[in-house]
Design a protein around this ligand. Structure first.
Ligand SMILES: [Zn+2]
Length: 85
């Protein structure tokens, strides 16, 4: 079993130690959270996460059914359940 790097950053969402996830085009280390599948591309991700959270809250706070493709919707927004208000 490989040991986890001491330099592994903590996940910004769930606080878990992230795992190495290859390298990007420029050869920099990329990281992936084993808990919530967050990768090290924080900037792109946060924009997507905001959209997902908006979608999630739109569903949560409205008396409407889940959007079409609700399985994908649940998977896409499952990380939102881990958030503390
Ligand atoms: Zn995480």
């Amino acid at each position: 079993m490989r040991t986890r790097s001491n330099r592994a950053p903590e996940c910004g969402l769930c606080g878990a130690r992230m795992k190495k996830n290859g390298h990007d085009r420029l050869g920099r280390q990329r990281w992936m959270c084993p808990g919530c599948r967050t990768t090290g591309a924080v900037r792109d991700l946060s924009r997507r996460r905001r959209a997902e959270l908006a979608e999630f809250l739109g569903w949560l706070l409205a008396p409407s059914p889940q959007p079409s493709g609700s399985r994908a919707f649940r998977k896409r927004t499952s990380w939102c359940w881990g958030l503390r208000p």
